[in-house]
Design a protein around this ligand. Structure first.
Ligand code: SF4
Length: 108
């Protein structure tokens, strides 16, 4: 499941530089997330970096783009060849929201 930005976005731009995958860009009305690039920050952070900085908390799980933790980690590895990532069984609360009690059930 990638993350999406709702129409509550106030176009502050805070999220764009926080995305480790460069998935966020300015759209015609609001900032937008490219689901092909979004890994829900798996492999990088224990939360979704965009939602963590969003002042109106409008970066929410996209139920039309459901992906599991393994798929998201594989996507991160594909997007960043040469970069070292934890193995699936090495992911923890700092590198996967699925392991972070505060975030693991968000949107589920
Ligand atoms: Fe929009 Fe939130 Fe990103 Fe600001 S941080 S541009 S309000 S989605």
């Amino acid at each position: 499941m990638s993350t999406r930005i709702t129409d509550e976005c106030i176009n502050c731009g805070a999220c764009e530089p926080e995305c480790p995958n460069g998935a966020i860009s300015e759209g015609s009305d609001t900032y937008v997330i490219d689901p092909k690039l979004c890994t829900e920050c798996v492999g990088f952070h224990g939360d979704e970096a965009c939602q963590s900085v969003c002042p109106v908390e409008c970066c929410i799980p996209d139920h039309d783009n459901r992906e599991d933790e393994v798929s998201l980690l594989e996507k991160a590895i594909r997007l960043h060849p040469g970069q070292k990532f934890p193995a699936v069984d090495e992911l923890d609360e700092t590198t996967s929201r699925f392991r972070n009690g505060k975030w693991m059930n968000r949107g589920r």
